[in-house]
Design a binder for this molecule. Structure first.
Ligand code: HEC
Ligand code: HEC
Ligand code: HEC
Length: 169
């Protein structure tokens, strides 16, 4: 789907719902298989989940409200190793600082998803920029792909006002 300048919100919303909930099954299933219609449709599976302001599933709210409870591994016997540590990233120019919450991430991601391949485990040690995030590096490895969309949600990362830099949303 293509968003034209001047009509972004509605078109982007429709695109989001298309990509998340209306995947074309014929692109990855054998449509000749009669059992195919027994599979649950993505739109049905996601129907009861809370939404963010762009109409996409708000996975953090889904997790916190207990609607979903992801397993730590295939067997699901072990608890997640949750780390309650916020790191404040201050190289944000005219934007509020970024608060990176380990807690929200380690409730469903093991440390090894990020350390040390994506991020050296040392505050301030990673040369992150928006440019790199938009190109799929650092936070952009997941955000814009499986986690919430960066360019609609500045405030979810840039959540710490400082000095004259206030929240403008
Ligand atoms: C997924 C989290 C995330 C979101 C969403 C996000 N940012 Fe960032 N942003 C970062 C991180 C991380 C840095 C680097 C901070 C550091 O290294 O100290 C950064 C840095 C920046 C910088 C300074 C460095 C540079 O690249 O110029 C600007 C300006 C900026 N962001 C603007 C924005 C704007 C505008 C939006 C919304 C359109 C946005 N950001 C959304 C995480 C995010
Ligand atoms: C989603 C990615 C992600 C996951 C998962 C993750 N971390 Fe991190 N971690 C980061 C980021 C981003 C930073 C900050 C790097 C920076 O400031 O440049 C960081 C920083 C750290 C630091 C340095 C803190 C400091 O003050 O210097 C430690 C220690 C750390 N992580 C340990 C862990 C452990 C232990 C786990 C698993 C329980 C974990 N991390 C899971 C992304 C992650
Ligand atoms: C390995 C994948 C991964 C990486 C890398 C990653 N995130 Fe996330 N992040 C997630 C997932 C998954 C969620 C939960 C789903 C969602 O909210 O869309 C999330 C949620 C968040 C939230 C919402 C937390 C809440 O409690 O509401 C913030 C803020 C955030 N990430 C910031 C960042 C920043 C900043 C970076 C880079 C420094 C980053 N993330 C890197 C996967 C990742």
């Amino acid at each position: 789907m293509h968003a034209h300048a001047g009509e972004p919100a509605a078109a982007e919303r429709a695109a989001a719902i298309t990509s998340q909930e209306q995947l074309d099954p014929s692109s990855f299933y054998d449509t000749a298989n009669p059992m195919l219609r027994m599979l649950q449709q993505a739109a049905d599976a996601l129907a009861d989940l809370p939404r963010d302001k762009t109409g996409r599933v708000d996975w953090m709210r889904a997790l916190r409200s207990g609607i979903i409870s992801p397993r730590s591994d295939l067997q699901g016997n072990k608890p997640m190793e949750v780390l309650d540590l916020d790191v404040i990233l201050k190289n944000t120019k005219e934007m509020p600082y970024v608060k990176f919450p380990h807690n929200s991430h380690t409730e469903w991601l093991a440390c090894s998803n990020c350390h040390d391949k994506l991020f050296v485990a040392k505050a301030g040690a990673n040369p992150i920029s928006m440019d790199k995030i938009f190109r799929g590096q650092y936070c952009g490895t997941c955000h814009d792909r499986v986690a919430f969309i960066t360019h609609f949600s500045c405030e979810r990362c840039h959540s710490v006002p400082h000095g004259k830099i206030k929240a403008w949303w």
